[in-house]
Design a protein around this ligand. Sequence first.
Ligand SMILES: [Zn+2]
Length: 235
Amino acid sequence: MAVRLGDSNIFLVGGPLAFPGATRPDVGWDCNQFLVKDPGSNTYDLVDAGHGLDFEAVLRQVATVTDPHRIRNLCVSHEHLDHVNGLPHWKRLGCKIHASAAAARKLHEGRDPTSEMFGARIAQVDADRILEDGDHVRLGDRDFEVILTPGHSPGSACYWDGSTGTLFCGDTLFAEGGIGRFDFPDSEHEGLVQSIRRLAQLPVRHLHCGHGPSVEGAAAARSVAASLRHAQSYA
Ligand SMILES: [Zn+2]
């Protein structure tokens, strides 16, 4: 079953929280994939592609919500293998891939040093749209601003809807003050701090991370503030 988050039009598919009790080792390191519904047109958009190792299982979850062919756009949070290696599957279904320039460059080459450190190349796939900082993307029936957040990876991007306080933050930060790793071949601590500092200025009410649980209500902004303190503590 896809997991509906709160009373929103956002559904979690893929990743360990969407497969409770799953014992297959590949489930544990898959990322969260968020399906966002546009009730007017009954179409959907997706944040992140997952690692794609058991795409059929993810598709079965999606099918509890919608016909997968009704998914239009797929916004990539960053270029690590657990977020992008499902892209070729989604592209075959007709999704349009949106990614930052830095992520798109790596996807075009199918090379990412961090993913190769974990023993795998990333999918070779061309983005349909290159996202710049301040661009706007449609997710469901809402307008999201693109906030580029290099640090955890050069190509990291977050998606922010100020009208509802909804933030998709990829692996830049996590619930309860968690932060993205910055010890990878092309990650960078100072960039991560600056990126989280930007996010900490937003009135976040619904925080959806690349791994682990979402955070709702007043706890969401507190969680982002705790992530900033955490990131700064390594200075
Ligand atoms: Zn990552």
